[in-house]
Write a protein that binds this ligand. Structure first.
Ligand SMILES: [Zn+2]
Length: 234
């Protein structure tokens, strides 16, 4: 198998952090994984450097910090999903307070002239103000790609807020197309159902039952497949 390019690895890494952010805000879980992944992003050494974070040094556990920061990170994602929302001010303040609270150490790397990918320098965090500082730095790096380098917004910040009213969950946009975005197939189906007339709903359910019954008969187990949904962001 061909070796993955640096760009591809980086893309996958970014996607993993975005998915971690969305999972953490949606469910309250996965905070430790997210903290470690984003610490790696700033050149940190996973658990060893996590212990250097000021809030952990002050005695807080990752569990209490996960609870402490969740609403702030929700505000941050709300703004990224809807940049014109009222979340913008508080989200930027949170981003600046934490994203700025990292001090780095720089050193020359042992450059290998035979390897064109050999790095010139290495960089790692020497002081970390809080456990969310690395993930704020990650978000700021992605914002710079859009604001400074001019990359398309949803290529570098693939965050959407579910379009089903009252849901409030986020999702990572896999491939951006105009249209609605949902956190799950369930929200997508509920959204489209709510827009149908009574007659169309009954018709849809009849067809839906016929399809699932046929599938159950054929395979002996139920495979739910949403019929007629246009390909979109879900
Ligand atoms: Zn939803």
């Amino acid at each position: 198998m061909a070796k993955k390019s640096k760009a591809k690895k980086r893309y996958e890494w970014e996607r993993r952090i975005w998915a971690g952010l969305v999972g953490y805000v949606n469910t309250g879980e996965g905070f430790e994984r997210l903290a470690i992944d984003s610490l790696n992003w700033i050149g940190g050494d996973a658990e060893a450097d996590l212990e250097q974070s000021e809030d952990i040094k002050a005695g807080a556990t990752l569990e209490t910090l996960a609870v402490r920061y969740r609403e702030n990170v929700r505000t941050l994602l709300t703004w990224l999903a809807r940049p014109d929302s009222r979340a913008a001010g508080p989200a930027c303040a949170f981003l600046m307070q934490h994203g700025n609270s990292i001090r780095y150490e720089w050193q020359q790397a042992a450059f290998d002239p035979k390897d064109k990918d050999s790095p010139l320098m290495s960089e790692w965090p020497q002081w970390i103000g809080s456990v969310v500082a690395p993930l704020c730095r990650f978000v700021k790096d992605q914002i710079d790609r859009h604001d400074v380098d001019g990359e398309p917004l949803r290529d570098v910040i693939p965050i959407g807020l579910c379009d089903r009213e009252g849901c409030g969950k986020f999702r990572v946009i896999q491939l951006y197309r105009p249209g609605h975005i949902f956190c799950s197939n369930l929200c997508k189906a509920t959204f489209h159902q709510s827009r149908k007339t009574k007659k169309a709903k009954a018709e849809y359910m009849r067809e839906y039952r016929a399809v699932t019954e046929a599938k159950t008969a054929k395979t002996g187990r139920l495979i739910v497949r949403h019929k007629g949904g246009k390909r979109g962001n879900v």
